[in-house]
Design a binder for this molecule. Structure first.
Ligand SMILES: Cc1cc2nc3c(=O)[nH]c(=O)nc-3n(C[C@H](O)[C@H](O)[C@H](O)COP(=O)(O)O)c2cc1C
Length: 431
């Protein structure tokens, strides 16, 4: 019986363990998590979502304050087109996060950055160009283009000296999206180094409509592999979404995939950027606790735990400080929904906005708990403590479980040492 370690993922001249840990914004796929994947010979992702917030937190910069200080809040306007990002600050923040991460890299694997096109940042082209170019300047191994068709993204960096050497890949959810991407970029004479095919069971935003349940990852992967073979295009295909065990992964490798991208199982690792109490919410979630809804202002459906505090919350938008989802015209669907509710409930201190969420503020504060469809199985991957909480895992443990397990088995962690005070409490004595 095969295990994932029987395969290797070829990326240029490098042979990798065929495990990619997917990008999870905002800083959920932390540098620590990505670096573990690289150390163990696979690929990890950091994310550039809300990069200024991330560097302020991690490296004590003051980018968010600096932006906020420039703009005065005008409550009733839907038009925030004046609230622009300082491109020099954006470049500085991106370089800082990437440089600090890459300087700690060990092992034979790679660290990529996840770049979502839907972070339109009130100037889609200009900001995306800066984000990608600064990541390249700072030595990132690869860029994964996500959350968007990215028809013009590669052209934005075609003059960068690293354009031909860095690994560049795209996440697609259909053959059609891949075909469009290849067609639009044919002029550049530079094929992507990999394609992540993400199915409907993934976490984060989905590349499907609300009819996502009609689709199946294996069918889309097979279709894309056969298309690439017919076209004689040698692009590694990486399957993603709902791959929960090493054996699930082997199934895709046997179909001809070059690797798998996984994320949900790493949300409950020590290295993951979620606060520990929220990791417990992920462990506790049952199937009925998870939904796909349309509250993200990006327009894409998003999967999350129903009890996420950000759902229905009518917080005042703070585009002056954040504003990552403002479109080319300075608008965000949440701002419009919020202003509508304020106008409908004059004088009310606390309003509720049910149809959209303030994704910047809530992702920043870890109040939208986005997750994969199989999150309800996380509790079966660890041990429960005497107080009912679940033991966190190490990223190495989960990575190696994918790499070496057979027969859909999931290896449980060693029990963690129990503190003397807890032993005494259980025995009814004082420590
Ligand atoms: C908490 C969480 C956050 C995510 N955020 C992003 C993101 O910011 N960008 C992105 O392209 N994909 C995002 N994803 C999708 C993952 O990168 C990955 O492709 C997918 O979840 C793999 O499926 P799995 O979670 O079932 O293993 C996220 C997934 C999770 C679980």
């Amino acid at each position: 019986m095969k295990r994932l370690d029987d395969f290797r993922m070829r990326m240029g001249n490098t042979n990798l363990v065929p495990i990619m840990i997917g990008g999870m914004g905002v800083d959920i796929s932390s540098a620590d998590l990505a670096l573990e994947a690289a150390r163990l010979g696979g690929v990890g992702h950091i994310s550039d979502a809300m990069i200024k917030t991330v560097t302020d937190r991690r490296y004590k910069t003051k980018f968010v304050k600096a932006k906020q200080a420039l703009y005065k809040y005008v409550p009733e306007t839907d038009d925030k087109s004046n609230v622009k990002f300082d491109l020099d600050h954006l470049a500085e923040a991106t370089r800082l996060h990437v440089e600090r991460t890459m300087s700690r890299k060990t092992g034979s694997g790679m660290v990529f950055i996840n770049c979502m096109e839907k972070l339109t940042m009130n100037a889609p082209k200009e900001t995306l160009k800066v984000r990608m170019a600064s990541a390249l300047d700072a030595g990132i191994d690869g860029i994964t283009l996500a959350a968007g068709l990215h028809l013009g993204s590669l052209a934005l960096i075609e003059d960068h000296p690293r354009f031909r050497d860095v690994k560049l890949g795209i996440i697609v959810s259909s053959l059609r999206a891949l075909q469009l991407f290849l067609k639009k970029n044919a002029r550049l004479n530079r094929l992507p180094d990999y394609v992540v095919v993400e199915g409907p069971l993934a976490g984060g935003h989905l590349g499907f409509g609300m009819d996502w349940a009609k689709y199946d990852l294996a069918t889309i992967v097979a279709e894309i592999i056969s298309y690439l073979a017919n076209e004689k295009l040698d692009i590694p295909v990486i399957a993603a979404g709902g791959i929960f065990t090493g054996s699930d992964a082997v199934r895709f490798m046997e179909m001809g995939a070059a690797g798998v991208q996984v994320a949900t199982r790493f949300t409950v690792t020590k290295e993951c950027g979620l606060p520990d109490d929220i990791k417990q919410e992920y462990f506790k979630a049952s199937e009925d606790d998870i939904e796909v809804n349309e509250i993200s202002p990006t327009g894409y459906p998003m999967r999350m735990i129903k009890s996420s505090p950000g759902i229905g919350d009518g917080i005042r938008p703070n585009c002056e400080a954040y504003g990552y989802l403002l479109d080319n015209n300075g608008r965000c669907a949440y701002v419009t929904a919020y202003n509508r509710e304020v106008a409908a409930h004059p004088g009310e201190k606390r309003i509720s906005v049910m149809d959209k969420t303030c994704l910047c503020t809530h992702m920043r504060n870890f109040e939208i708990w986005t997750c994969g469809h199989l999150t309800s199985r996380l509790k079966d991957t660890t041990l429960q403590r005497a107080d009912g909480s679940y033991q966190l895992l190490s990223a190495q443990h989960v990575f190696e479980d994918y790499q070496f397990s057979t027969n859909h088995q999931i290896r449980l962690p060693e029990p963690e040492p129990v503190a003397a005070s807890e032993v005494a409490e259980a025995a009814g004595t004082t420590a």
